[in-house]
Design a protein around this ligand. Structure first.
Ligand SMILES: [Zn+2]
Length: 141
């Protein structure tokens, strides 16, 4: 068993751009955001210019509750780059608002993960010069 912690090494980081900047700004403010279509109400994630359902360009940013449940997960022992501390547990979280996010589980032992468990977002700085704040998820009791 290993306690899952946020990555602290020199991992590859996202590069915020004009489309995704509101998302990353939300992370810096401790708010997880997603986009919602004004025409069909579908949620969209990752940040996009148009709705994935109806192709409308009328997307607005919405604050998420930050809560959801584990839809799928895996445990990684052989990382893409040696900068990642293993094991780590990527999770796909089904958010309360009906959208999905890929993240990592932290704050519990690596064998505590299971499909259907409730989770909530928690933010951690990458600690690097780029000062990216990343959304992770932790179990809720
Ligand atoms: Zn739409």
């Amino acid at each position: 068993m290993s306690l899952l912690l946020p990555q602290s090494g020199d991992i590859p980081l996202p590069q915020p751009g004009p489309i995704s900047e509101p998302y990353w700004q939300g992370c810096r403010e401790g708010v997880l955001r997603f986009q919602r279509c004004l025409d069909c109400s579908a949620p969209t994630h990752t940040p996009a210019l148009m709705c994935a359902v109806c192709a409308s360009r009328s997307l607005v940013w919405v604050d998420s509750s930050g809560k959801g449940e584990i839809y799928s997960w895996t445990r990684v022992w052989r990382p893409v780059t040696p900068d990642f501390v293993t094991p780590y547990v990527p999770v796909i979280v089904a958010m309360e608002e009906g959208w999905f996010i890929l993240s990592n589980l932290v704050g519990c032992e690596d064998d505590a993960v299971a499909i259907g468990l409730g989770v909530e977002v928690v933010f951690h700085s990458s600690g690097g010069a780029d000062d990216i704040v990343l959304p992770y998820f932790q179990l809720v009791s």
